[in-house]
Design a protein around this ligand. Structure first.
Ligand code: SF4
Length: 362
């Protein structure tokens, strides 16, 4: 574990705590991925998300992406992730995808999938990776978590994509919460039956549901959500134990039956249990590790701001930024993150992105 005491002597521009890779430095020559929150607009009403309540609707302009794309390419970016809100609701979505495809970057689309049926002919062959948030293995479960009746449409998509866009890597993701945690093994079986490439396990940002400013307003939260909504999502202490003792072994057994589906997120399930337990007790999770995301990825949000990461409040309007990878604000924030522990303790402790990004950047 990196500690303040382990920070290298100051006076260099690479004050990297011992044990961390050398590319974790205030200035980075290269980044791997550009994450673009295309819009705050969404057509669903998931219980752990506030984007559908946000007004006004905001959209990253196509010309803003076009302006920064060459700089991103200069910095080595070869992957762009489009997310939201629901990114397909951006009025220029098709043209933005075309622009990125013309630049020969790998495009990952994170979507609720409800627009994909009509978008598929235009998207075919352009996406490297498609991640569909499904969250349930049944139509009723889907409707109770995501507030819509789209399950049958969504479960028909993998076969269509396989046929019309065979090189697109398909992932179904499930946001682990009270309404679905017992059915994660069945979710794995559903995914196997649909013939997708991967299952990805995620966890809702329950910390942001009760303290949005502490989590950078992620998932559109601007005010604390009512207790009853949080209670629908966060596992209780008894459920955490059930999850640890009974459900996780069953998920592991399901994944063992379908090893081709298993991604590194399977290893996160025990972290999910720790995460919900920490949320209930208000005590910090035992693990502390610095996160690679601010050093390997760039986030542009729906307000056209570059951000330190998805979950910290630091954000800089894109309009004043020449170099999106090493502008003075983010360099100072990276240095602070490396040399002190306060961001680590305040923001990263209730975030599992560090593990996720670490898995993506071994
Ligand atoms: S762990 Fe979360 S809060 Fe910390 S830097 Fe990574 S994404 Fe941001």
């Amino acid at each position: 574990m990196a500690t303040r005491a382990a920070v290298q002597p100051s006076g260099t521009d690479r004050a990297v705590p011992l044990g961390l890779p050398g590319w974790m430095a205030p200035q980075v020559p290269e980044v791997d991925q550009w994450n673009i929150i295309l819009t705050n607009r969404c057509n669903l009403h998931c219980i752990s998300c506030s984007y559908p309540d946000q007004r006004p609707f905001r959209y990253v302009r196509r010309e803003t992406i076009a302006r920064y794309l060459p700089r991103m390419l200069d910095h080595g970016v070869r992957r762009v992730m489009l997310t939201g809100g629901e990114p397909c609701m951006h009025p220029d979505f098709d043209d933005i995808v075309d622009d990125l495809a013309a630049a020969d970057v790998d495009i990952t689309l994170v979507t609720n999938g409800t627009y994909l049926g009509r978008k598929l002919p235009r998207l075919a062959g352009k996406l490297a990776r498609l991640i569909i948030s499904l969250d349930s293995d049944t139509a009723d479960g889907y409707a109770s978590i995501r507030g819509a009746s789209a399950f049958d449409h969504l479960t028909g998509l993998p076969a269509r994509f396989r046929k019309e866009s065979p090189d697109t890597h398909l992932t179904l993701c499930v946001l682990t919460q009270r309404l679905n945690f017992r059915r994660l093994p069945e979710f794995v079986e559903l995914a196997a039956g649909l013939g997708v490439d991967h299952v990805s396990f995620l966890v809702p940002d329950v910390a942001g549901m009760v303290a949005p400013t502490e989590r950078g307003g992620a998932f559109g939260h601007v005010a604390a959500l009512p207790d009853d909504r949080v209670e629908q999502v966060a596992l209780t202490d008894a459920e955490v134990e059930e999850f640890r003792e009974r459900v996780i072994p069953a998920v592991e057994a399901a994944c063992a039956r379908h090893p081709e589906l298993t991604s590194s997120s399977l290893d996160l399930l025990r972290d999910f249990a720790d995460y919900f337990a920490a949320f209930r007790t208000g005590r910090a999770r035992p693990e502390r590790r610095r996160c690679a995301l601010p050093f390997r990825e760039v986030v542009l949000d729906e307000q056209e701001r570059f951000r330190f990461c998805f979950f910290m409040p630091d954000a800089w309007p894109a309009a004043g930024v020449e170099d999106p990878v090493n502008h003075p604000g983010v360099v100072a924030a990276r240095r602070d993150y490396l040399e002190t522990d306060h961001r680590l303790d305040r923001f990263c402790n209730m975030c599992l992105q560090a593990r996720r990004v670490e898995a993506a950047h071994p």
